[in-house]
Write a protein that binds this ligand. Structure first.
Ligand code: PXP
Length: 245
């Protein structure tokens, strides 16, 4: 397990954020996805939000047609998003909480509290052959809920770990390590993401039970200075180095 390659899913939402600032077609997130794949992304992640603030319905349709790597479609658990997922049948769907007023996905899904509601979405997606993942905090109760819901994958929210400093960050990292181990032991494929940067990725990538990281905002920001391909190469290098250590 230790030397299993850690997959990198590149989230292209914020290429669409820049495009939408002008309401024209440039820069095209689908073109960015192609570059990301050439640079070594193992998958592409895109979040179609209810308010369509970045990724659009057309982006999802085009990505579904042209991508040569798995598409991880992030969605809120709503009927509208479920219909879109079932129409395009992406490789994977990651269920995320969504609040209209938030700047980004602030915390994990309350899989335990929303058990009855989520059951329907997880089973519809499972039945369609789409790999379901739940975006949750590093919390045993949430991992137990993911198992009992029949989701094959859990993605641990790393946002708090990235935002904290000093001892508080160390504590959160330990919580993430324990949660990843616990989920893996209980049969979940374990992923992580949110807020990761060159500075924060190493300690997360070193957790041997993790199978995939999803990273977006930092890579798109860094691309302004060094280009998207170079930024992905550097992230990949740091992940591989942490994994090998
Ligand atoms: N994973 C999930 C489930 C997310 O919702 C996001 C943000 O859309 C990410 C990973 C990537 O976060 P960031 O853009 O901060 O790297």
């Amino acid at each position: 397990m230790k030397n299993d390659k850690l997959r990198l899913g590149v989230n292209i939402d914020h290429v669409a954020t820049i495009r939408n600032a002008r309401g024209i077609g440039h820069p095209d997130p689908v073109r960015a996805a192609g570059l990301a794949v050439r640079a070594g992304a193992d998958g592409i992640t895109a979040h179609l939000r209810e308010d369509r603030r970045h990724i659009s319905d057309d982006d999802i349709a085009t990505l579904s047609d042209v991508l040569t790597v798995p598409l991880n479609f992030e969605m809120a658990a709503t009927e509208e998003m479920l219909d879109i997922a079932l129409r395009h049948k992406p490789h994977a769907c990651c269920l995320v909480p969504e609040k209209r007023e938030e700047l980004t996905t602030e915390g994990g899904l309350d899989a335990a509290g929303m058990h009855n509601r989520l059951k329907f979405f997880v089973s519809e997606l499972n039945q369609a052959g789409i790999r379901v993942s739940l975006f949750i905090d590093a919390d045993i109760e949430q991992l137990d809920a993911a198992v009992s819901l029949g989701a094959p994958v859990a993605e641990i929210h790393t946002g708090a770990y990235c935002d904290l400093t000093g001892e508080a960050r160390k504590d959160e990292l330990n919580r993430i390590r324990s949660a990843v181990k616990y989920g893996y032991k209980h049969g979940l494929e374990m992923h992580a993401g949110h807020g990761l940067s060159y500075e924060t990725v190493g300690a997360i990538a070193a957790i041997p039970e993790l199978k995939e990281l999803n990273i977006g905002h930092f890579l798109v920001g860094e691309a302004i200075f060094h280009g998207l391909e170079a930024s992905i190469h550097e992230m990949r290098r740091l992940m591989d180095r942490a994994r090998a250590a």
